[in-house]
Design a protein around this ligand. Sequence first.
Ligand code: SF4
Length: 357
Amino acid sequence: MKPGPGKARSIVVALLDWFQSSARELPWRRTRDPYGIWVSEIMLQQTQVATVVPYWERWMRELPTIQALAKASPARVHKLWEGLGYYSRVRNLQKAAQTVVASHDAKFPSEFQQVLALPGIGRYTAGAICSIAFNQPTPILDGNVIRVLTRLFAIPGNPRAPEINSQLWSLAEKLVRLAATAGKPRSSGKLNESLMELGALICTPRDPDCVHCPVRIHCSARRQDRAAAFPQLPRRRKSVQRRVAAFIVRDGSRVLVRQRPAGGVNAQLWEFPNAELGAGPESAARAAGTLGFTLAESDPVCTIRHSITHHRITLQVYHARALGRPKTNDGQWLTAPELQKLAFPSAHRRLLEFLTS
Ligand code: SF4
């Protein structure tokens, strides 16, 4: 687990050289602006690089500064985030921007503890921002880095368990501190980025490309031909199947939608009225009844499948009619152009596309 200084230094040099020659051209790598780097790091949590690129470019065009984000309407920031999911990220991003404006004179702090104190920023994100934007030797440890380090040093056990996790943080810190003394420009940030990049491109969860790996000669898992045995993560939570009915309810050219309450999943986003489906052939009619609707047709007009964390959700969409005043919280009757301006979670955005196509 504790690499000697010679081996650790060789790993750092190999990673820095490889990153120099092989790093992907990504738009946030062209900036040293901590705001842009911070936005990219938050977007990249739980989200693929290819998905993030157009979101990040549009975000930076529309909200190019911390002040612009701090004063934007919540509806606008949700709309810019629409489709990325995990919307608490964007609410925290705006809260943190407001804190930076109020408490740091609108200048993103460079001190690690101050960065860590901002809403939505944990140890990983603070380490990434401080190393990439300010070239400080602050370590990072995410899923990619865990995979690389546990393989490189053949570290057994659950890497999320406190003792092993803290050893991995120490190892990541040792590497980034060595990088800081490598005599290359911006080497702290580059070392951290190289670990992330290696995990994303070469040391992938399945079929790592060891032949082209810049640190293969130092890799214990490869030497033991056991790359697939690391990291030793606990089994994933079993997925849960759910069936939900969503209702298209019209009043002339207007359609009924509602805003999700604060504090829950997808808070403040908009959706079509919906209810969980029970068992049996009458379940859609019963679900409609709980919302004060009656089904216009007994068969669904479309079915949308999607996942939220470990939930596998089948959304069955029905035409329905309101019986008097609908029992929906925050319901609003809106036209298609008005609906297009709102932020919907992905499944309901697909429903809206179906409705307006
Ligand atoms: Fe990962 Fe293979 Fe490189 Fe080891 S040699 S770090 S297992 S890609």
